[in-house]
Design a protein around this ligand. Structure first.
Ligand code: C2E
Ligand code: SIN
Ligand code: SIN
Ligand code: FE
Length: 421
């Protein structure tokens, strides 16, 4: 029907046109002009599409959420010719929209129901505001803080596969023309769809990692449930190990793995009798023999997996009491024969044992503990790992302080300050 109507209209228009036809040359000129305009428009689209495809290719090679968001913001600015772009993520618990990547400004946190972005969340649809200062929904607070002058905003919702709004993709101040047009709306809608998938994937991935990490900590903690402080001990050892690995320049994924594997280093203590683990004083030789078996037990529990993380954790469990000078246990292996992940966790574990109280020893101060670590360079510890410890000492102190605070309030469960990034 619609098609018929259209063609009907066109015929009548053509008839009208024929009756008072302008000179041929002028007619051609007009048509050529129109075609040229179309070609120009198509070229703009072609350019935009090729840019979008190019970004799509780039984004499939990135798995880190922050890096992806930065890429999308760049893409939006380029393709939409915008002066600024921001991806806000919805935090329903805190009732805020937050952004790490507001290029050109500091990170932003705004109330979830405020401003243009907040309206996009509550209405769940795109908004194209040509003059924001004439729109009562606009929240001028951010402009006030940054000194930036926002004129136009185009903002589209990000949705997860359940169609819930999980973020807002916003571009500010179109360059070269007054405001964003309907073509820009289509492009931003497309970009928002791309970004939605990526953000949702990354969030699910993070969630799975968090669950895995919680499970590891809880299971590893269960092995040593007798020690009340075990859970925070395991968290700290994970953090310390991650800091050392990072300082030594290991790749991101390896750092993630060692942080996950480190908490399992003492899981073999589950095989050691309670009365030995909890003994307030020095162990006698036969008790010490029993205690030393925890490395072997741990590796028995963890070995044989084809998951890289598990292989690493088995290696750490077996070797975390080896010494650089070969006087450690269970195998007395020397130097670089000891897997690097075990050399790292060894220092992290001992630093934490030193700085906290044990059933058999009081806590040393952070400074005393650092002195002991340094004095063991080339003896108990790999000098390169001790170097990394010195370089990153302030970070160790920060982690220690964070957990001290958590321990000051025994009534409250310690916060999982550890954030999987
Ligand atoms: P842990 O308490 O987690 O201690 C881990 C490691 O930290 C120790 O491994 C040791 O290398 C280092 N460490 C702990 N306290 C000190 C200290 O006061 N000075 C120095 N220089 N290093 C310290 P190690 O020796 O192989 O012990 C393994 C585990 O055996 C300990 O884990 C702990 O559970 C148990 N253990 C060791 N000695 C005793 C003890 O005398 N009494 C009791 N009840 N348990 C002990
Ligand atoms: C708003 O959403 O109203 C303000 C956002 C901004 O200026 O970035
Ligand atoms: C142990 O007693 O063997 C562990 C603590 C220490 O080395 O002083
Ligand atoms: Fe151990």
């Amino acid at each position: 029907m619609a098609a018929l109507k259209k063609s009907g209209k066109m015929t009548s228009r053509r008839t009208v046109a024929k009756r008072q036809s302008p000179p041929v040359s002028l007619r051609y000129k007009k048509t050529i002009q129109q075609l040229q305009n179309k070609i120009k428009e198509l070229n703009v689209w072609k350019h935009r599409l090729s840019m979008i495809l190019e970004f799509g290719q780039k984004s499939s090679a990135i798995t880190d959420l922050d890096d992806l968001l930065i890429l999308f913001v760049d893409e939006a600015k380029t393709v939409l010719n915008a002066d600024r772009a921001t991806v806000f993520l919805v935090d329903r618990k805190e009732k805020v929209l937050w952004s790490k990547v507001a290029i050109g400004t500091e990170p932003i946190r705004i109330p979830i129901d405020k401003g243009i972005a907040g309206s996009v969340v509550s209405m769940g649809r795109l908004l194209n505001i040509k003059e924001v200062y004439e729109d009562p929904r606009f929240n001028p607070e951010i402009d006030k803080k940054t000194g930036y002058r926002t004129r136009s905003i185009l903002a589209a919702p990000l949705r997860n596969s359940k169609k819930e709004v999980i973020g807002v993709f916003q571009v500010l101040n179109r360059k070269g023309s007054a405001s964003f047009d309907s073509q820009d709306e289509e492009v931003l809608t497309l970009l928002a769809e791309q970004a939605s998938g990526v953000v949702e994937n990354a969030q699910l991935y993070l969630e799975i990692k968090k669950i895995a990490y919680e499970t590891i900590i809880r299971l590893a903690g269960a092995a040593e449930y007798k020690d009340h402080d075990t859970k925070t001990h395991l968290w700290r050892v994970a953090q310390y190990s991650g800091i050392l690995a990072e300082t030594m320049g290991f790749p991101k994924e390896w750092i993630e793995n060692i942080k996950m594997a480190a908490p399992m280093h003492d899981i073999g203590k589950i095989g050691v009798p309670d009365h030995i683990i909890n003994k307030p004083g020095k162990l006698d030789p036969s008790e010490w023999d029993e205690m030393k078996k925890h490395s072997q037990y741990g590796s028995e529990i963890l070995k044989g997996s084809d998951i890289e993380l598990m292989q690493m954790s088995a290696s750490i469990a077996l070797h975390h009491h080896e010494r650089w000078d070969g006087k450690g246990y269970p195998n007395g292996i020397v130097g670089e024969k000891i897997p690097i992940e075990a050399r790292i966790v060894s220092l992290a574990d001992v630093f934490d044992a030193l700085t906290t109280q044990r059933s058999y020893k009081p806590a040393f101060s952070i400074e005393e503990s650092a002195t002991i670590i340094h004095s063991e360079s080339g003896k108990q510890f790999d000098p390169k790992v001790v170097d990394a410890f010195s370089k990153s000492f302030s970070k160790f102190v920060a982690i220690r302080e964070q957990f001290k605070k958590a321990n000051d309030h025994p009534g409250q469960p310690a916060q999982p300050i550890f954030v999987v990034k």
